[in-house]
Design a protein around this ligand. Structure first.
Ligand code: SIN
Ligand code: FE2
Length: 225
């Protein structure tokens, strides 16, 4: 359904008026949505994801406040992000298996570097990739990514599977957020003066993706150390 004058301008994730693939949308001074940027790599990304999850399956972590996250989490790379009652931290091993986190597959690293480059951040060399799994109803509350040692590198976020509405806020929690629909293959990059902006994901609407089924997978690449 295409919007017309009689239709209120609400977000309709099933509308065919999503921005064209391979267009770039600027959402902040140093923040961009690269529409469809991951699509050429999908055939390499999905098997890579499978093999990571065999070694480091999704788990629902508990925040320091005692809240169990609705999003399932895993990681790959030199460091993985974990949370428990004692706080948030990057660890070199998966606390669930005692093993190092699976290596970051080349296809994932290449994608993160190419996306950072396209957004103006040359030489991005991520050492951590968080992998989030959202099923319908799962959400991520507004937060800042601030557990990394330095904020000089951007965050590169890749969306796969069913659609989401990404909330991109300001520098304080109460700032109004932009609502940005993200589809399979979209990549968001934020860095520089936007690096610590609040962001989150609205509760995911029920849908089925032809490749990934009833789920949304998100990768966020960071330089943790
Ligand atoms: C995150 O902020 O860690 C995840 C963002 C997303 O799922 O798009
Ligand atoms: Fe985040």
């Amino acid at each position: 359904m295409r919007r017309n004058e009689d239709t209120p301008a609400t977000l309709d994730l099933f509308a065919d008026d999503a921005p064209p693939l391979s267009s770039t949308e600027q959402i902040g001074p140093c923040s961009f949505v690269l529409h469809g940027f991951a699509l050429p790599l999908i055939d390499r990304l999905l098997p890579a994801l499978e093999s990571i999850l065999q070694r480091a399956p999704f788990r629902h972590m508990v925040t320091p406040g005692g809240y169990t996250m609705s999003v399932g989490l895993s990681s790959c790379g030199q460091f993985g992000w974990t949370t428990d009652r004692s706080g948030y931290q990057y660890t070199p091993t998966d606390p669930q298996t005692g093993q190092p986190w699976p290596e970051m597959p080349l296809a994932m690293r290449e994608l993160a570097q190419a996306a950072a480059d396209a957004a103006g951040f040359a030489d991005f060399n991520p050492d951590a990739c968080l992998i989030n799994r959202y099923i319908p109803g799962a959400k991520m509350s507004l937060h800042q990514d601030k557990d990394e040692h330095s904020y000089q590198w951007p965050v590169v976020s890749v969306s796969l599977g069913i659609a989401a509405v990404f909330l991109f806020g300001g520098h304080s929690r109460s700032d109004k957020s932009q609502r940005i629909p993200l589809f399979h293959g979209d990549v968001v990059v934020w860095g520089g003066e936007d690096r610590l902006r609040f962001h989150g994901v609205m509760p995911i609407k029920q849908a089925v993706h032809p490749l990934l089924g009833e789920q949304r997978i998100n990768f966020t690449f960071r330089k943790a150390r």
